[in-house]
Design a protein around this ligand. Structure first.
Ligand SMILES: [Mg+2]
Length: 131
């Protein structure tokens, strides 16, 4: 059976960035575990090389399927083509703008917050998509 797909935003969802630091969020600690049951991808705004560098520096890059890395300066514009090719997806992002865009397109969505724990994320994914 095909694994369902989880697409993660990077900034504010998987990593926190500051002037002199780059740190994983609590949510990012769920990635290894989730990779056993889901196919993992990226849905991020910005430059491909910079965004994937953040994943490499936090040792997260290897968990993501290379054909599911969607990085653009216009994320919302990518949504339709993503769901045209991949039906069973959940997007996990800290952006309310993306939340609204996914709602309009009927895409399952989990709003990440900087207070969200690994356990809370796993619970939300299970509620949204029982295995
Ligand atoms: Mg973000």
């Amino acid at each position: 059976m095909e694994k369902n797909i989880l697409l993660f935003d990077i900034d504010g969802t998987l990593v926190k960035t500051g002037l002199s630091f780059l740190r994983k969020t609590a949510i990012a600690d769920a990635i290894s575990q989730l990779s056993n049951n889901y196919e993992l991808g990226i849905f991020s705004q910005g430059f491909y090389n910079i965004q994937t560098l953040k994943l490499r520096l936090t040792n997260l890059y290897s968990y993501f399927s290379k054909n599911l890395i969607f990085i653009s300066h216009n994320k919302v514009g990518l949504l339709q083509s993503i769901i045209d090719k991949n039906s069973d997806i959940i997007i996990i992002d800290n952006s309310k703008k993306i939340q609204k865009a996914t709602k309009d397109l009927n895409i399952r969505f989990i709003l990440a917050s900087n207070k969200m724990t690994k356990e809370e994320l796993l619970k939300e994914i299970n509620l949204s998509n029982p295995l």
